[in-house]
Design a protein around this ligand. Structure first.
Ligand code: GAR
Length: 206
């Protein structure tokens, strides 16, 4: 008998995605699912901001989306509880923070232990926080990158799933470096989901 938590299934992995901005990483995940590179499907996108470009992408891609405006919640925990309630109703197996610019609490982390993934635009542990690309430019590093990792309570910490290095080129602006980092994020995020699912027995190791 396999251990109880081993849920290698006939069905595809069900993903929930959280986004605050343009949603290009959300779209990369959907595309990986639709092309069969990732044996999963995105069930639900949640955004915290009515102007998030991710909402339009969801509409175009035919993915269900919901807005949970963080300004309408009394605390971070209350917002996170609302996220958990929505994701549980959608029966998602894993949750991906794809450009979620809010600090999350134990309410969300404990609901998805080892199942909550974040993508961050630096080679962690360097340049944690909301301005990672600017920090890398200001520090004058020649190499930066992106990290997909499991989420722990301290911001931008937790076991690394995948990293990709990106060179900083002479004359780079935040926009040009961000574009180069985004290209790598779109490659590593589906891979990170695959690895996160494999390590807890949700997907067969390909
Ligand atoms: C991505 O670069 C992601 O790494 C970053 O937000 C961007 C979202 O882009 N996340 C953070 O900085 C979290 N600390 P997208 O909306 O195009 O996917």
């Amino acid at each position: 008998m396999p251990p109880a938590q081993l849920i290698v299934t006939e069905r595809r992995l069900r993903l929930g995605v959280m986004a605050s901005g343009s949603g290009s990483n959300f779209e990369a995940l959907v595309e990986a699912c639709q092309t069969g590179r990732l044996g999963a499907e995105v069930e639900l996108l949640i955004v915290n901001n009515p102007n998030a470009g991710a909402l339009k992408r969801a509409e175009r891609l035919g993915i269900q989306s919901q807005l949970l405006d963080h300004r309408l919640y009394g605390s971070r925990q209350e917002l996170d509880q609302a996220l958990v309630t929505r994701f549980q109703a959608a029966q998602v197996d894993l949750v991906v923070m794809a450009g979620w610019m809010r600090i999350v609490t134990e309410t969300l982390i404990q609901a998805y232990p080892e199942r909550l993934i974040n993508i961050h635009p630096s080679l962690l542990p360097s340049f944690r926080g909301a301005k990672a690309i600017r920090q890398a430019l200001e520090a004058g590093v020649k190499l930066t990158g992106c990290t997909a990792h499991l989420v722990e309570l301290e911001v931008d910490t937790g076991p690394v799933l995948v990293q990709a290095a990106v060179p900083v080129l002479p004359g780079d602006s935040e926009a040009s470096l961000s574009e180069r980092i985004h290209r790598q994020e779109h490659r590593i995020l589906p891979l990170a989901v695959q690895l996160a699912a494999e390590r807890i027995g949700l997907l067969d190791q390909g």
